[in-house]
Design a protein around this ligand. Sequence first.
Ligand SMILES: [Zn+2]
Length: 145
Amino acid sequence: MIKYRLGCPSGHEFESWFRASADYDAQALAGEIACPLCGSIDISKQPMAPSIVTNSSAAARPAKVPSTQAGDAKAALEALRAIKKSIFENSEDVGVRFAEEARKMHFGEIEERHIRGSSTLEEAQELVQEGVPFGILPALPEDLN
Ligand SMILES: [Zn+2]
């Protein structure tokens, strides 16, 4: 299996698995690979070394991270925490009604305010297609607990 990082002309990036690089070429040519966010089939490979899963699992062994990079990652994590905290303190939690509320605001049915909540992948795709602006908060390690 080979993992490729793919991108569409709108700048969306996503990852996809293929049995072999030839499978990617064939599916891309046939227009069978579509961007999950906007549905574009004008897909191109992003510059990244593909991850290859082998039976020996040698490729899956994590590389040692130099301490300077580990420090950078920690700083980036702190920055993300701060952003997330600020959003949480300045927005209303609308929960699963997020897509509905965001759409109403976009079309002027209700007054604009800062909201946060959750949506399904399907709802997120619909918002993208309707041009409703929204952002996705990155998951932090503590969110997964
Ligand atoms: Zn796209």
